[in-house]
Each structure stands twice: as C-alpha cells, then as structure tokens.
Design a protein around this ligand. Structure first.
Ligand code: SAJ
Length: 446
C-alpha cells in the first residue's frame, strides 16, 4: 500500500501520519553521506530504535558498514555490527532507497572552490535524488554547513517542483552538525541540536524527530537562523584563532612568551575564552565555513573584513613556522638547504588521522622548497602521498630526530614521548607548546 493510500485510508494528514511514525519509532530514517557527521548520526538514530538506511556514493563505505566495520574513529565497529544484526541499520549506494524513507538527514561535504566560493555540488546532487522520490509525509533535514538561505532559496524550489507543498505534504529543515572529531566527551547524543524549519510545522516535526535521539533540541524560527548559527560558531573560532596567531607574532617580536600571556589571561573567570596559536588552521570546517558567510554577505553588499583578515593571518602561519625553523638553524650556522628536518605530527589537530587542510602539509612543502631534507612521524598517518607523486612514510620519531638537524612539533599528539623527543633532537621548534614546563636551550617556542 502506497504512503498516499495509507494516509487517505486513515484520514491522517501527512503531518499527523509522520508525527505518529516518529513518536512510535516506525519512521524509516535515512542518512545521505556516511562520513564523520552522517555515520555518528545514523548510529544514534539506530540506537534510538529507528530503522536507518545509510546512503553514500562510496561503494567501499557501504561495503565496510555492511560488514559491520566502521571507518570513523568516533564510531566503534561493534556499534555498527550490533545495529546491523538487530536489523536497525543498512548501508547502500542505491539512492532509489529514498522512495521508502520517511526522514532524510543530508550530511554531505561543503568544500570551497579554488576561488574560495562555495561548492554546492554535493548538496545539489543529494537533493536532486531526493526530489525524484519526495512523497507526502517526508521530513528532509540538511546538516551540511552552508551559507544562510541555501535551504529556502536553493533546495526548497527543487523539492516544490514535485507539486507537493512544504509544511503540509513534506517538511524541510536545517540543523547544523556540531561534530568535534576526536572529542569523546561531547558526542552526537549530548551535543544540543539546533534546528529550524521552512514553516513552524517543519520545525515542530524536525524537533520531534531529533528529540528521539539527542538529549536536547534547540528549535529556532527559520532555516536561515539555523544556517547563521553554525556560521557564527565556526567564524567565531576562526577569527579568535587568527587573533592569537597575530598575538604570537607580536610576542615573538617583542620577546614575550605568548603561551604564558594566554595562560595568565585565561585565569580571568569571565569575559575571556582562551585560544592558542599554532602552525595554521586545518580541518574541513574552521578554515572553510567562514568563507560561506563572507561569500553570502558580499551578495548582500557587505564586506566581511574580519573573516578575510583572519584568513590572511591564519594562512600565513606555516610561513611563520618555517621562518622560525630557518632562524633557529641559522643560529647554528646551518642553512635550511641540506639540513635534515623532522616534522612531528601531520594531522590537522591532535589525536586524529585527518589531513584535510592540515598546515603540516604547507610546512613540509615550504621547507622542501627551501632545500630542506624533510621527514615526518605521525602514528595516525602512516604515509603521505603528494600531488606531484612524491610519497613519504611516517618514521620512528626518536631515531629520525637523532639523525636530524632540527625537529618541528606541528601536531601535538598525546602519544608522543616529548621527554624522549627533547633528548633525541639537537634542536626542536615547538609550534603547539607541547613542551610546556620543559626547559632546554634546544627548545624554540612559537
Ligand atoms: N586550532 C588552533 N588554535 C585553537 C583551536 C584550534 O590553532 O585554539 C586549530 C586546530 O589545530 C585545527 C583547527 O584550528 O587545525 C580546527 O580546530 P577545531 O578544534 O576547531 O577542530 P575541528 O575543525 O575538528 O572541529 C570543529 C569543532 N571543534 C570545536 O569546537 C573544538 C567545532 O568547531 C565544529 O563542530 C566542527 O569544527 C565542525 O564540524 O564545524
């Protein structure tokens, strides 16, 4: 019996029918995009008792999950296997599965083009598939970070072409993902979930759905507000990181220890939040999302100067680190050219394996350009493949440092033995204050 016939038979409106399915957990839930956002969400919905269909274009992902194997560090394989066994989760590459779904959460990438303009291709491709199968009583929620207006201006018309009416037949919301990869304390279930719908009924259904699987749902008045919330969160981080990076350059020039300054400022019990300088801004969100906001604000005739300036400062940090290495070697009458330089940590932040936008790649590139003989250690990243075909393999840090002229701590993984590193290295540039409290002439701090 089709969804429409069922509705007519019971004389339920699409809203009522879907609401009933949600509260009884009978709704067939779908996730498009099974990455570091989609897979944790799929597992939480499954754990809440929904039948979840995960859809991804990557056959390897679908096969791995079907075998009960997770490729996302924050999702244990045994959780996937248990949901498979209970018939609460299945993964596929077949988008026609959307036909049988009542809810769909879209968790696809939103990168930037080379021009720093939004790349909407992943979102559009997902919604083209949804538009083919959208039916009465369907809830669609976009989770991917994007510019304000995306849901209502770009995606709603795509779905309305079906002739179905938003807020009556189908329900459309935006709910920003807030995943912090590697964070074992704040996880999908306990991170408050903001959600805004195209209409109040959309918001109501979206909030009702997510409240089955997360501890706290925060409804807002529209999809645009929800889109702006996420951009504020990530732009806030990017700009404050830019501020402390600029402070690090000032302190370097004035002879202050920036880490001491920040730690002392952080004793202020109100009105201050510490951020820390580093080798640059990595990840798939913080260096990228603010440009979705600046792009949209330019359309509104407003120049987002803070974002542009912070981007410039953060983007300059790999050069600042390489200058520190060059100056430190120079002080030992060693040119970068021909020196053996060992990089410690290449992931974009500690204790994860993700390389996206990692500043370590820029540091390695710049040092190599100057003729440095660069090696690296990162237990989370066994090898590096560069676009020019070069390959590097992670080496044992202690033996590599003992043969090096200089070490550079770029990513401060917790598993590194910093005392042993200090003992082995003739010189160590520490861009993360990983050697806080350790004293030696060999340490050069950012
Ligand atoms: N970084 C600094 N100094 C800091 C904090 C971070 O240089 O004080 C660097 C990190 O080393 C990293 C980059 O910034 O290269 C991004 O770090 P991040 O801690 O913001 O981590 P992400 O991008 O993995 O996750 C962030 C989330 N993290 C936190 O809020 C702590 C959150 O902002 C978003 O939920 C997430 O991006 C997202 O998906 O938008």
């Amino acid at each position: 019996m089709s969804a429409t016939m069922l509705l007519e038979e019971k004389h339920l409106s699409p809203f009522q029918a879907l609401e009933s399915k949600i509260v009884t957990k009978k709704a067939e839930a779908g996730i498009i995009g099974l990455g570091y956002v989609g897979l944790p969400l799929a597992v939480e919905l499954g754990a809440a008792g929904f039948h979840v269909t995960g859809i991804d274009t990557d056959q390897r992902k679908a096969e791995s999950l079907t075998q009960g194997k997770s490729y996302v560090k924050d999702v244990a394989s045994d959780r996937v296997a248990a949901l498979n066994a209970a018939g609460l989760f299945k993964a596929t590459t077949d988008f026609s599965a959307i036909r049988y779904l009542d809810t769909i959460s879209v968790c696809v990438p939103t990168p930037l083009r080379k021009t720093k303009d939004p790349d909407m291709s992943y979102i559009v491709a997902a919604f083209e598939e949804i538009a083919r199968y959208v039916h009465p009583g369907m809830l669609i929620i976009l989770e991917s970070t994007t510019y304000p207006g995306t849901t209502s201006e770009l995606l709603l018309p795509m779905l309305s072409e079906s002739g179905l009416k938003v807020g009556e037949d189908f329900f459309l919301c935006f709910s920003p993902e807030r995943v912090d990869p590697g964070n074992a304390v704040h996880v999908t279930r306990n991170i408050p979930k903001v959600i805004g719908g195209v209409t109040p009924k959309c918001t109501e259904l979206g909030a009702r759905f997510y409240s089955q699987a997360v501890d706290r749902v925060v409804p807002v008045s529209s999809t645009g507000v929800a889109e702006m919330v996420k951009l504020l969160e990530n732009t806030f981080r990017m700009i404050n990181i830019g501020l402390v990076n600029e402070l690090a350059i000032m302190c370097d020039r004035m002879g202050f220890n920036v880490w001491e300054v920040i730690d002392a400022a952080a004793t202020k019990p109100f009105g201050f939040m510490p951020f820390y300088p580093g080798p640059g801004l990595g990840g798939h969100c913080i260096p990228i999302d603010p440009y979705y906001l600046s792009w949209k604000s330019r359309q509104a005739g407003i120049e987002a100067r803070f974002i542009e300036l912070a981007g410039y400062i953060n983007g300059g940090m790999p050069h600042f680190v390489v200058d520190k290495v060059q100056d430190s070697l120079n002080a030992k009458e060693k040119p970068v050219k021909g020196s053996r330089i060992h990089v410690l940590g290449v992931a974009y932040k500690r204790d994860i394996d993700d390389l996206r936008e990692s500043p370590a790649l820029d540091v390695i590139h710049l040092l190599s350009q100057k003729g440095g003989m660069v090696t690296y250690s990162d237990p989370y990243v066994p090898e590096l493949d560069f676009e020019d075909g070069r390959k590097m393999r992670s080496e044992d840090p202690i033996s590599a440092l003992s043969r090096s002229d200089c070490g550079v701590i770029v990513t401060d993984h917790s598993c590194f033995d910093y005392a042993a590193i200090l003992a082995a290295a003739p010189l160590i540039v520490d861009t993360r204050n990983a050697m806080k409290g350790m004293h030696s002439d060999k340490i050069v701090r950012l």
